[in-house]
Design a protein around this ligand. Structure first.
Ligand code: NAP
Ligand code: MG
Length: 401
């Protein structure tokens, strides 16, 4: 059979540890036999980030900007232990943070659902996608340990010298104090990324904040979303038969628990941080969670939501058998290839991605899976496969479809 031809390269960002091992097997078994792969390769493995003074991460993000679509392997974010393990020149920043800062994007995370791995919430029939604003609020706060009595004020000094001043609190004794911010431009980017993604995936978009209490801060988020929706998206949403829906965060939480799923839930930074862990564990497993960074000007970076699975890698290095789940990494590849196919008008590439995803799901539903899923499945007859054999089983299913 002839391999599928590509027009534009996808940006390939290789990574670390166990996911780097899976990366190669996925390419060898599931991608390269079927596709004449055009990719611009960047090695974001920690050794190469260190060798290039992290320039490779910046280059890969700029390539992502240029070509529009990237697929990224999980990477180590260095900490003190990694400094010695990899003999690092510096504690390099999180590659995801660097890429996000260059693309200015929003991260969308959605569970991959299969029969036999049931969500803990009975009513959920379809995946729930979390869209997390990745700038500001408590993540860029300033804090003071208030030592004792005194007055706390919030002061803004304009470039023209004009002052805005509010009393935060008259302290009678010790306490704590926090200041945080966001910027209209980032909120607007977040809104557009969410509206675009909703149109892309034909799903309703929910957004919620605490605007009844936070009458300026949270209300600004609500207002910017509404203004952009009315001016730029209302008609397109109506045409696509989807809905934009704003509510209070408490009401949203209650509705999510009673919903059937099948929508995008846009969250402020902190809400998204907390809620994405709740959603992914309630759907079963972090290894079944896809993640895509979408920039406001329509650049895409696909990855798995989990890390490099270090514990499995050390077993692998000792020659022991591993049973690491490659599903989210395979879906990162199919996501990127499908998007490339869409942008370049290559239907074969989109069909390939659909078929490979179907093969992954059918393999698990037939009872062949990695250990993490075997521990939580409701299927009666299960075969636990090792990392490589699971990918080979997917290939066999793909061939038979
Ligand atoms: P992790 O790699 O997500 O793994 C944590 C645990 O979750 C694993 O030990 C494993 O549990 C389970 N797990 C995660 N993915 C799995 C998979 N695909 N198949 C089977 N089990 C899976 O998180 P971590 O160990 O905290 O972090 C390791 C490294 O990843 C760190 O250096 C961190 O900086 C990096 N990281 C990168 C990204 C990214 O690039 N997006 C995200 C998060 C973390 P058991 O051990 O119980 O089997
Ligand atoms: Mg978190």
């Amino acid at each position: 059979m002839e391999k599928i031809k590509m027009k534009t390269p996808i940006v390939e960002m290789d990574g670390d540890e166990m996911t780097r091992i899976l990366w190669k097997i996925i390419k060898d078994e599931l991608i390269c036999p079927y596709i004449d792969l055009k990719s611009e390769y960047y090695d974001l493995g920690l050794a190469n980030r260190n060798a290039t003074n992290d320039q490779v991460t910046i280059d890969s993000a700029n390539a992502n900007k240029k070509y529009g679509v990237a697929v990224k392997c999980a990477t180590i974010t260095p900490n003190a232990a990694r400094m010695t393990e990899y003999d690092l020149k510096e504690m390099w920043k999180s590659p995801n943070g660097t890429i996000r800062a260059i693309l200015d994007g929003t991260v969308f995370r959605a569970p991959i659902t299969v029969k036999g791995i049931e969500p803990y919430v009975r009513t959920w029939k379809k995946p729930i996608t979390i869209a997390r604003h990745a700038y500001g609020d408590v993540y860029k706060n300033v804090e003071i340990d208030v030592p004792g009595p005194g007055k706390a004020e919030l002061v803004f000094t304009g470039e023209d010298g004009e002052e805005l001043r509010e009393t935060v609190f008259d302290f009678k004794g010790p306490g704590v104090l926090q200041g945080m911010h966001n910027i209209d431009k980032s909120i607007a980017s977040f809104a557009r990324s969410c509206f675009n993604y909703a149109l892309d995936t034909k799903q309703d978009l929910w957004f919620a904040t605490k605007d009844t209490i936070s009458k300026k801060y949270d209300h600004t988020f609500k207002d910017i979303f509404q203004a952009i929706y009315d001016a730029e998206y209302k008609e397109r949403f109506e045409k696509a038969g989807i809905v934009y829906f704003y509510t209070l965060i408490d009401d949203a939480v209650a509705r999510v628990m009673k919903s059937e799923g099948g929508f995008i839930w846009a969250c402020k930074n902190y809400d998204g941080d907390v809620m994405s862990d709740m959603i992914s564990s309630a759907f079963g497993s972090l290894a079944m969670m896809t993640s895509v960074l979408v920039s406001p000007d329509g650049k895409y970076e696909y990855e798995a939501a989990h890390g490099t699975v270090q514990r499995h890698y050390y077993k692998y290095l000792k020659g022991e058998e591993t049973s690491t789940n490659s599903v989210a990494t395979i879906f990162a590849w199919t996501g990127a290839l499908r998007k490339r196919g869409e942008l370049d008008d290559i239907p074969e590439l989109m069909q390939f991605s659909d078929r490979l995803e179907k093969a992954v799901i059918a393999t698990i539903e037939s009872g062949k899976m990695t250990k993490d899923l075997a521990l939580i499945t409701s299927l009666p007859d299960v075969t636990v496969l090792n990392s490589e054999d699971f990918i080979k089983a997917v290939r066999a299913t793909y061939e038979a479809l």
